[in-house]
Design a protein around this ligand. Structure first.
Ligand SMILES: Cc1ncc(COP(=O)(O)O)c(C=O)c1O
Ligand SMILES: [Zn+2]
Length: 388
């Protein structure tokens, strides 16, 4: 296909495509996939999209799999961009949208990353995959691995929402629950992977999940008729979705689909775990580990992210910001969005609403802005959070 090579996002070192790689062997930072975009743009045209499949593989030329038969799909992506008129009216915003990622297979945007990573694993002959997860990535890996006939080894904190644990068990994964956080689960995968023969598909520690996630950016542009919004509000843990969208915008500009204007990228974190918010406030390019991380929005309980500099670079280059919201605010927001729009959000997705309210009050977002909130998953996975 159109992949030319892999490239380290920090030091620029280039690697041959189609090798099984984790991080840059020189500096230990994430690798990104690079494409011959001129060649991709010959067949991937805006017009051609009209007749393509209604999932994220519609952007086939800018996705990494070589052979169609290796695509492992459950119908992921091409989720609705809902015009949130009622919620918008409450806030005085005319153009407010919700990108509803709860409608993916396994009910979260993690399906996008895992369809790409598992397809590439299949193509490169991997037999065993391992992942540390806050919950939704685990559910997605388990499902796609089952569909590919690959074994999945999953490590989650023991207080991960029950639904995530049960879905992994029912889709045939080997599940280990650990005392500790996602970073401890990651350390366990790293410690055992060589002896066990696992390929590690941790967030941004392999190059392909972000390729699946970047289709969020392609879809947003296509659904808004190639005019990006003014503001994107996105709940950030490891940051693949935000980093992926930012990469998609650059690729689309190179293919001549959009101009240089970018949305202001806003990261939302929980006040109990806000390493990116803190690093932005302190003017740092790399975020310190957030001590005693705690939040009910389990996907945001990521005290240290290997892609921290990519998240921070994108926020700064876009003129965006990062906002921390309390657990009380994000749980309450779930009911507000649900009642106004009929979308039962994951608490991570609901966190976008109090963040937007804060930015409106400060004046850094105005009621004339076209704003997109990302609901990254379904509230159905988090029933414990809503039982009083
Ligand atoms: C529902 C939900 N939203 C947001 C996130 C954070 O995503 P990312 O790690 O891509 O920043 C997660 C991660 O687990 C999640 O499950
Ligand atoms: Zn490097």
């Amino acid at each position: 296909m159109n992949v030319t090579h892999l490239e380290c996002a920090a030091c620029g070192l280039e690697y041959e495509a189609r090798r099984l790689l984790n991080l840059c062997t020189k500096c230990g930072k994430p690798l990104l996939v690079r494409y011959d975009l001129a060649q991709a743009a010959r067949t991937l045209t805006k017009e051609s999209l009209g007749t393509r499949r209604a999932d994220l593989w519609r952007y086939r030329e800018v996705l990494p799999v070589d052979s169609d038969e290796n695509i492992v799909s459950l119908g992921e992506g091409w989720t609705p961009l809902l015009h949130a008129e009622r919620l918008g009216q409450q806030l005085g915003i005319r153009e407010l949208y919700i990108k509803d990622e709860s409608q993916n297979p396994t009910q979260s945007f993690k399906a996008r990353g895992m369809t790409a990573a598992v397809s590439m694993a299949k193509e490169l002959g991997v037999k065993k995959l391992a992942v540390p997860s806050a919950g939704n990535a685990a559910g997605a890996l388990a499902a796609y691995a089952a569909r590919a006939g690959i074994e999945a080894f999953i490590f989650m904190p023991k207080d991960t929402p029950r639904a995530n644990v049960i879905e992994c068990e029912q889709t045939g994964a080997h599940v280990t629950l650990m005392d500790g956080l996602i970073t401890d689960c990651g350390a366990e995968v790293a410690r055992r992977k060589d002896a066990e023969g696992w390929f590690d598909v941790s967030t941004l520690k392999e190059p392909y999940r972000v390729e699946g996630k970047k289709t969020l950016g392609y879809e947003l542009a296509e659904q808004l008729k190639w005019e990006l919004p003014d503001v994107i509000i996105y709940p950030t843990g490891g940051g693949t979705g935000l980093i992926g969208m930012w990469k998609a915008f650059a690729e689309m500009e190179q293919m001549g689909w959009i101009g240089p204007k970018r949305p202001r990228m806003v990261t939302v974190q929980a006040s109990g775990c806000a390493p990116i918010v803190r690093a932005l406030e302190e003017g740092k390019r790399f975020a310190d580990e957030f001590p005693n991380a705690a939040t009910a929005a389990s996907g945001l309980r990521v005290p240290r992210a290997i892609g921290d500099f990519l998240i921070l670079d994108a926020i700064r280059a876009s003129g965006g910001t990062a906002v921390a919201v309390s657990d009380d605010e994000l749980i309450k927001a779930t009911g507000v969005i649900g009642a106004a729009e009929g979308v039962f959000c994951a608490p991570e997705g609901a966190a976008c609403l109090p963040a937007l309210e804060r930015l409106l009050a400060e004046g850094s977002v105005t009621t004339d802005d076209r704003v997109v909130l990302f609901n990254t998953g379904s509230g159905v996975k988090y029933l414990e959070c809503f039982v009083t």
